[in-house]
Write a protein that binds this ligand. Structure first.
Ligand code: CO8
Length: 415
């Protein structure tokens, strides 16, 4: 499938014109444009009133990463020289800073722990196991980002009546991370975890907006703790440079109770999924019973990067366009796109398809050069860092796309 020839299933489902994944669900009804009366079933206007960011303490530059990976690969090749010569073992190829920067746009990544990742006898982070009565690591970074988002929204933990922990991987099976975070913040109501890989944040924002609209919650905290370094494959040249750690948080609440100086009306959300094995991680609770090797390659992140690129770009662009259209907007009316941060060229192509012009950092800011791909948190980091210059009435789109496949968009307007 090429970039210009999107998935035939999607084409068929939309009568020849690609709209989005065929299984697309629109759980939030289209919102009216200015001047029109709101549909009767909309209970409350919903705003995003604060965001927060936890930045891990360590940076790994591409040069440091490549030096470590290449030392590992060269040692492997020396140790297996005879088998490589005989053709029974494949030599490990070397990585390069030039390739990483050209292919992805990534220059560095933040990580929770650095020494273990760069140690060629280990090549994954070294975390200390914590006792059950200690705050877990994912909860710790979520609480930090959550507190910052609440401070921006002018809220206390006790104002929150729902916590959604939405991330590409959870630290444990249960109890839900969200409930631990809820307790640590002194929040009430309920909490639950959810995972839609790179689209976890936008999917959670829709759940939060729906909860506020329906009245099941008044103030929802969405947190996206992404400790990608623990499930990234640092020994694989094709993907060792991709991910970074971070945590983002978003406060979603009823407009009438919001006091923040910086409020973003949620005009609509739209989610879509379509099954694909192109990005996959088979780690899970069945591994033991299957007697499978816990260190096998399929138990960490793997992908067919080029396939993902080609298949997801047209779907993401069509998804955004049709979502905007359903709200009565054109892409040209959007002041800023805060896109998923996996690949610089991918985002440029999405914007080119939407606007027909060369993208600028002003229209679609990039943060992946500093943070790398932070799974679900990427588009929220972009929203967090690049929104203060927008004016009242300016329109923006937060959009994620990735494993699943999954695409989620949130159309917002500055109050
Ligand atoms: N150094 C030097 N050469 C390399 C390297 C390297 N590090 N890596 C690959 N090469 C080589 C390849 O072997 C290939 O060589 P040859 O032509 O001889 O076969 C050549 O370079 C080109 O390789 P690719 O075709 O793979 O390179 P691309 O230009 O496609 O770039 C990318 C690779 C950067 C991975 C690119 O395809 C990409 O970014 N694709 C989009 C991926 C994407 O968006 N994925 C979303 C995943 S994230 C997500 O959904 C969340 C998952 C859950 C989180 C998990 C956290 C751990």
């Amino acid at each position: 499938m090429t970039d210009d020839a999107p998935d035939p299933v999607a084409r068929q489902a939309t009568g020849g014109k690609i709209d989005s994944f065929p299984s697309m669900q629109r759980t939030v009804p289209p919102q009216p444009c200015a001047g029109a009366a709101p549909p009767r079933n909309i209970v409350s206007e919903v705003v995003i009133s604060g965001t927060g960011l936890y930045q891990p303490p360590y940076v790994i530059t591409n040069a440091e990463l490549v030096e470590s990976y290449n030392a590992y690969a060269e040692r492997f090749n020396r140790q297996h020289a005879e088998q490589i010569e005989a053709g029974t073992v494949q030599a490990m190829p070397l990585s390069s800073v030039e390739f990483i920067e050209k292919a992805s746009g990534i220059k560095q990544r933040f990580v929770m722990e650095k020494e273990g990742i760069l140690d060629i006898d280990r090549m994954y982070p070294r975390f200390q196991e914590r006792a059950d009565d200690q705050l877990s690591l994912m909860a710790e970074i979520a609480v930090d980002a959550g507190r910052k988002a609440l401070a921006q929204a002018g809220k206390q933990g006790s104002d929150v009546d729902a916590v959604l922990c939405s991330s590409a991987n959870m630290q444990r099976a249960y109890p839900a991370m969200a409930i631990e975070i809820q307790q640590a913040l002194g929040a009430g109501g309920y909490g639950f975890d959810m995972n839609v890989a790179c689209s976890s944040a936008t999917f959670a924002i829709e759940q939060a907006a729906n909860a506020v609209r329906s009245g099941s919650a008044r103030c929802v905290l969405v947190v996206n703790p992404e400790i990608t370094s623990a499930h990234q494959e640092w020994k694989d040249r094709d993907c060792h440079f991709i991910f970074g750690d971070v945590c983002t948080a978003v406060v979603v609440e009823r407009a009438e109770q919001a006091t923040s100086a910086d409020q973003w009306e949620v005009l609509g959300t739209r989610l879509a999924t379509q099954f694909s094995n192109a990005i996959r991680n088979n780690f899970g609770f069945m591994n033991r019973s299957e007697d499978s090797d816990p260190d096998a390659r399929d138990k960490t992140f793997r992908q067919e990067g080029r396939k993902v690129f080609k298949e997801v770009v047209p779907v993401a662009a069509a998804h955004i366009e049709s979502h905007l259209q359903s709200l009565g907007f054109t892409p040209q009316q959007v002041r800023r796109f805060w896109l998923h941060q996996a690949n610089q060229s991918m985002n440029q192509l999405v914007i080119k398809k939407l606007l027909g012009t060369e993208p600028t950092a002003d229209v679609a800011p990039l943060i992946l050069d500093r943070y790398a791909n932070t799974a679900s948190a990427g588009s929220v980091i972009a929203f967090h860092e690049y929104r203060s210059d927008l004016k009242s009435g300016d329109l923006g789109v937060i959009c994620s796309f990735g494993a699943g496949y999954s695409v989620g968009s949130v159309v917002v307007r500055r109050k």
